[in-house]
Design a protein around this ligand. Structure first.
Ligand SMILES: Cc1cc2nc3c(=O)[nH]c(=O)nc-3n(C[C@H](O)[C@H](O)[C@H](O)COP(=O)(O)O)c2cc1C
Length: 389
């Protein structure tokens, strides 16, 4: 199977698993602790059912919509995923190009390995958002804001659910730590994955003269890998005043990612934020987290039309995306779906992931009697407690 013959996101996941080392694959694929939140995100989506309407002419149906008043090919955004540049040489640029082709925004992660300006220049000219993690050295993090503004990013995505390290015991066991722990087992893992080793790590060394580095973080030169690890500790003192400071610094669209309570969404609205992302970081931040899809209705009720609402975590199929939209989201973020695609085959792999999602959405719109995604309403979904007996 190649990325071109992949029929669904799971096929791309299988291809990614073959190409990446076990340590890197699990870093991308798993959640935290016992993977309960990861599974629960899927279960929560699967428990919701779609309710079709019939005999509506859907022959000219399309997936086009709008985010922040500007057109998108479908109401989907590629979210920030730190290892995009580790799974593929300049994977961030590949994702940006795929997003541009699909007419949707792509979010560049703080820990990208390609300079943000280069992603703007080579990313295909689509809509680009920049994601901000705030390190202990807060001022160093804030420098990325002026850089992203000068580079022309449309939106800044401040992630607020990751102020402490994730509890990912499998990463420790696999040696996927900083510095990477070399054991006979993971050396064997490396040498048995030559396509990734030479095609990605080798290419950075040959083309750029160094191993992948964090090129958007204002870090002191010459840090050892333990120095880099210590620098990249997140800042756990963030509060609402800090959000106000970011609002003052960033003149364009501001998105706060990692909201799971309607009161916090309301506070974001008061701070002048333009959009919230209801997210549990794809099941990574806490293994006991609520599933964002379950939280979405209460946030939408709280916010009304005051702000754009985006949801993520666990979305792998068209029907998942349609469920999010029916429950009031303006768009859905995908993380792993396109990360599997780019891991499996660079830009064509990421493009294939988006093509699959778009074709699936279009098909199910036909089943549901929808000519435009914007026509979907709360009546098109049935929550578990509303199921007819
Ligand atoms: C490997 C990996 C790395 C991620 N890195 C970041 C990151 O740097 N910043 C961030 O805000 N979210 C990050 N996320 C979370 C995604 O942006 C998104 O919220 C999540 O992947 C959505 O769930 P899904 O993967 O099930 O689609 C990461 C997710 C994964 C799987």
């Amino acid at each position: 199977m190649s990325v071109y013959s992949a029929l669904n996101i799971e096929d791309l996941r299988v291809l990614a698993k073959k190409r990446l080392t076990k340590g890197l694959f699990e870093f991308c694929d798993r959640g935290s602790e016992d993977d309960v939140a990861l599974r629960h995100n899927r279960e929560a989506l699967e428990r919701i059912k779609l309710r079709s309407r019939v005999l509506n002419d859907t022959s000219s149906r399309h997936t086009k919509s709008e985010i922040f008043g500007a057109p998108v090919g479908m109401p989907v955004v590629i979210g920030p995923t730190g290892p995009a540049g580790f799974v593929w040489y300049r994977g961030e640029t590949a994702l940006a190009q795929a997003a541009a082709k699909a007419g949707i925004p792509f979010t560049v992660a703080s820990t990208s390995n390609t300079p943000m300006e280069r992603i703007v220049d080579e990313g295909g000219g689509g809509r680009l958002w920049y994601h901000l993690y705030v390190w202990r050295d807060m001022e160093a993090s804030l420098k990325a804001i002026s850089r992203a503004e000068a580079a022309g990013f449309e939106a800044l995505v401040l992630t607020v659910d990751s102020t402490v390290p994730y509890n990912r015991e499998f990463d420790v066991r696999n040696g996927t730590t900083m510095p990477v722990r070399l054991t006979p087992r993971n050396i064997a893992d490396l040498v048995t994955h030559p396509r990734w080793l030479f095609g990605t790590v080798g290419r950075y060394v040959m083309a750029d003269g160094h191993l992948p580095r964090y090129l958007n973080i204002d870090m002191p030169e010459g840090l050892s890998s333990t120095g880099v690890r210590d620098f990249l500790f997140k800042n756990d003192s963030l509060d609402w005043d800090f959000l106000g400071r970011i609002r003052d610094l960033w003149p364009r669209k501001l998105v706060v990612k990692g909201i799971l309570h309607p009161d916090d969404a309301a506070k974001c609205a008061k701070c002048g934020v333009d959009a919230v992302v209801i997210s549990n970081h794809g099941g990574i931040s806490s293994d006991a987290a609520l599933a964002p899809i379950d939280v979405l209705p209460s946030v939408v009720r709280e916010l009304g039309d005051r702000m754009t609402v985006i949801v993520d975590s666990g979305f792998r199929r068209d029907s998942d995306i349609l469920k999010g939209l029916a429950l009031g989201a303006d768009a859905v973020i995908v993380g792993r779906a396109t990360l599997y695609g780019v891991s499996a085959g660079g830009e064509p792999g990421a493009t294939r992931a988006l093509e699959i999602l778009q074709a699936e959405i279009r098909r199910t719109m036909g089943v549901m009697g929808l000519a435009r995604v914007a026509d979907i309403t709360r009546d098109h979904v049935v929550l578990p407690h509303e199921l007819p007996l």
